[in-house]
Design a protein around this ligand. Structure first.
Ligand code: FMN
Length: 356
């Protein structure tokens, strides 16, 4: 039996109940510690039809780990074992910081959702970069995206310099880079989604990216007005942004059918439809010229399939790992391969954006 099936069975039979009896963040820490102890092993077999080429790179499959789960890049072997095609690590900040005060993560099990207001706890780039470099040297099969964000005590005039410093220190360790301007828990961060701020940011980063030349993607919020989103798309095309990650957690509650009063960003099932609308709008508005990574409420093969048909070239997930267990990645891959076949497609690439 593949290692991932064993881990999934243990999770669903015993571990999930135990972890759900703890504070959500404590449970997360324990999970990450367990995953970080996984030794090198052979990752699960892939379905060749799920392979996709983006930015000149081959991905074994289009299912990625979303940012926030492995902020300090400690469990890369674990993500390989679960069968992900790529893992987005971070958000990494330039200097270490503790994030907001606890409690700061809440489960909403009846909606298969989470709310968090973590505020980028990070060991900082000087700790995380050598850790990733060591893993690269040891050899890894999975593609890595690095997600960057500024420190919370950086004044607005220093934010572009924070992203530049991250680019310079960590850029060459990534297969691609995600600029996070959309977490709701760092004051003022979402202002960087405006066209003027985007131009300032990308000018500063291009200067510092040096020889790394990695694809640079922008991660946006689900709470943007349609017009704001269209302006972001146009600016992204103008600046030659390599991709858009849509989307981060939401500050909406009632509009997504959630009544919880906890502060922070909402993720999981209530976000599925909103994320898909956003993916479809971006794909339509950019005429498919910018690859989209679709993230938000993906828990089944059908969810991933519909995000892809709306315009996502790849998808990511976070919250589904907690509710569905670590086997969710393999279940989605198997289901996607089946959906491709039943719908008469030979590859994921053929299905991207067909529902536009
Ligand atoms: C506890 C938690 C922490 C997160 N931290 C980050 C983060 O540091 N950076 C980021 O870009 N997104 C972060 N996210 C957002 C996820 O990457 C993703 O965009 C969002 O959760 C929607 O996907 P999901 O519904 O599959 O969880 C976080 C999400 C959760 C639940």
């Amino acid at each position: 039996m593949p290692a991932v099936s064993v881990v999934d069975a243990i999770y669903r039979k015993f571990l999930q109940r135990y972890l759900f009896s703890m504070d959500a963040e404590q449970a997360h820490r324990l999970t990450i510690r367990m995953l970080s102890m996984i030794p090198p092993f052979t990752p699960p077999a892939e379905w060749p039809e799920l392979g996709i080429k983006l930015w000149g790179m081959d991905f074994h499959n289009p299912i990625g780990l979303a940012a926030g789960m492995d902020k300090d890049a400690v469990a890369i072997r674990g993500w390989e074992m679960l069968g992900f095609g790529f893992a987005e690590l971070g958000t990494i900040t330039p200097r270490p910081q503790a994030g907001n005060e606890m409690p700061r993560v809440w489960r909403i099990p009846e909606r298969r959702a989470l709310i968090n207001r973590l505020g980028f706890p990070s060991e900082g780039m000087e700790v995380v970069a050598p850790r990733i470099a060591r893993m690269r040297k040891a050899g890894i099969a999975i593609r890595l995206a690095l997600n960057f964000g500024p420190n919370s005590n950086t004044p607005p005039e220093g934010v572009a310099a924070d992203y530049s410093a991250l680019m310079k220190r960590c850029g060459s360790l990534a297969d691609f880079i995600v600029i996070n301007v959309s977490s709701p828990n760092t004051a003022g961060l979402r202002n960087w989604q405006s066209p003027e701020k985007m131009r300032e940011l990308f000018a500063a980063m291009v200067e510092k990216s040096g020889e790394s030349e990695r694809p640079v993607l922008l991660k946006i919020a689900p709470d943007l007005e349609r017009n704001e989103m269209f302006r972001i798309c146009e600016t992204a095309l103008e600046l030659g942004v390599d991709g858009i990650v849509a989307c981060n957690t939401s500050i909406a509650r009632e509009a997504l059918g959630v009544s919880s009063a906890h502060p922070g960003g909402l993720s999981g099932a209530p976000l599925t439809i909103r994320a898909r609308e956003l993916i479809r709008d971006i794909h339509t508005h950019t005429r498919g010229k910018i690859p989209i990574i679709g993230v938000g409420g993906v828990a089944t093969a059908e969810d991933a399939w519909l995000h892809i048909r709306a315009g996502a070239s790849m998808v990511e997930l976070y919250t589904a790992l907690i509710y569905e267990g670590p086997g969710v990645v393999e279940r989605i891959k198997e289901g996607l391969a089946d959906l491709l076949r039943r719908n008469g497609f030979r590859s994921i690439g053929e299905a991207v954006g067909i529902d536009r």
